[in-house]
Write a protein that binds this ligand. Structure first.
Ligand code: PMP
Length: 432
């Protein structure tokens, strides 16, 4: 995602070492998709089938997926597939017709939020949700300024790429955008420092004649290196942006839908209620559906000014998928599993007591593992080596953080203890 986090991506020199059939497919891919796409791993992998936490390649090898948070209720989930199939073979229209299932789902979804957040608007992607949140925030506040963390990723549209610094220097930030350091993991004064940075960013905006519209944070700080503790560190910053007339918006695309274990949404951990929350990725277990959830008074001005229609946002098939995802989370107690298996996995990695392992952090099944050198400094080279060695042993994960030294572990929520044991044993095997 960010330039540094792509350290585990495949490069030209890797290409020369690949078998002829893989080289041929990669060459065809580059010819037809052009140069903007990137592949994971020094040795790219092609999957032909998924099943729960497993992905299978052409030769029938099974890979343990500890990375893909989209298929959160499991790859090729039968209940989600059946719900989509049933709906797709009956009717698939859009939100300009009355549709009770859409209303039922909207009520069910908003019912999972603090009561103030009682309205929802549907999009197809997380990028669109953040783009829409920006438009709503601008209409509501009259401001234009946006504050994000230093390595945040929020999406692909022109407006959203302008506040996605993890895309690197080649995608310049907007002149209305300010970045702040993410909270310092585990630091008791993390909240105060984060708020002070937000206040400084607001002051700088105002000096340049820009009024703030929103502070937008990924509440698990995925691309900033996975930061979850201490709980509560978002409270002072949310107060600071509101005091300046802006909104506090939680990007729940990564932590949302139970991943952090203790709650459905990452912001709950920090005891704040955002003005809006944006959702995506796991919402339809791979079928594109995303959303902005917010307070009626926050949506009101935008709704007066703008006629909103998103052709594929909230279609009956999308809603069927999303509803089946919530059924799976409920019936299989996947939020509890995220909490329990997540703690088991974190403890197990920590318990390896390996000198190269620094802080092991996160919440639920969103785990960051710092890798360090003999002097305790971030070790990006080792991290790349570990990510690729794990892939060679058929366990999939990735890396993130400003120093590209944090293993990012974010499996489907159906991950169990046996899966965790396999990950831990494989990690122990590949560490020096
Ligand atoms: N916000 C965050 C925190 C994300 O991680 C992503 C995707 N990686 C997005 C927004 C954008 O979502 P999408 O790719 O569905 O547009």
């Amino acid at each position: 995602m960010n330039d540094k986090a792509m350290i585990n991506a495949f490069t030209r020199s890797d290409f020369e070492r690949l078998p002829a059939t893989e080289r041929a497919l990669i060459a065809r891919r580059e010819r037809v998709l052009g140069p903007a796409y990137r592949l994971f791993y020094e040795r790219p992998v092609e999957f032909v089938r998924g099943d729960g936490v497993w992905l299978h390649d052409r030769d029938g090898n099974a890979y343990l997926d500890a990375y893909n948070n989209v298929a959160s209720v499991g790859h090729a989930n039968p209940r989600v597939a059946a719900a989509m199939t049933e709906q797709a073979t009956r009717l698939n229209t859009h939100t300009r017709y009355l549709n009770e299932a859409l209303i039922d789902y909207a009520e069910r979804l908003t019912g999972l939020f603090p009561s103030a957040l009682s309205q929802v608007m549907f999009t197809c992607t997380g990028s669109e949700a953040n783009d829409l949140a920006l438009r709503i925030a601008r209409a509501r506040t009259g401001g234009t300024g946006v504050i994000v963390t230093s390595l945040a990723y929020h999406g692909v549209t022109t407006a959203v790429a302008e506040f996605s610094p993890s895309l690197g220097r080649n995608v310049p930030l907007g002149t209305h955008v300010r970045t702040v350091r993410p909270p310092l993991s585990g630091d008791a004064s993390a909240g105060a420092r984060f708020a002070a940075d937000v206040e400084a960013a607001i002051a700088d905006m105002l000096r340049h004649g820009i009024r703030p519209a929103m502070l937008l944070v990924d509440t698990i700080f995925s691309s900033d290196g996975v930061i979850a503790d201490p709980p509560g560190f978002l409270i002072p910053a949310a107060a600071a942006i509101r005091a300046a007339g802006g909104l506090f918006v939680a990007d729940e695309v990564q932590p949302g839908f139970g991943r952090t274990g203790d709650a459905m949404w990452g912001f709950v951990r920090h005891g704040v209620v955002p003005d809006m929350a944006t959702l995506g990725k796991p919402m339809g277990n791979g079928y594109p559906i995303a959303a902005v959830v917010g307070r009626p008074d926050v949506f009101a001005e935008f709704g007066r000014e703008v006629r909103y229609f998103n052709t594929f946002g909230g279609t009956p098939v999308a809603i069927a998928a999303a509803n089946a995802v919530l059924d799976e989370i409920d019936d299989r107690k996947l939020m509890d599993n995220a909490r329990d298996t997540g703690a088991y996995l974190r403890d197990g990695i920590d318990g390896l007591g390996h000198a190269a392992i620094g802080e092991v952090r996160g919440a639920g099944l969103f785990i960051g593992v710092e890798l360090i050198d003999a002097n305790g400094r971030p070790d990006a080279v080792l991290t790349t080596r570990v990510v690729n060695a794990m892939r060679d042993r058929r366990v999939l994960l990735s890396a993130s953080g400003p120093d590209a030294n944090v293993l990012k572990i974010r499996p489907p929520l159906v991950f169990d203890r046996a899966n965790a044991d396999l990950l831990i044993a494989t990690l122990q095997d590949v560490l020096p």
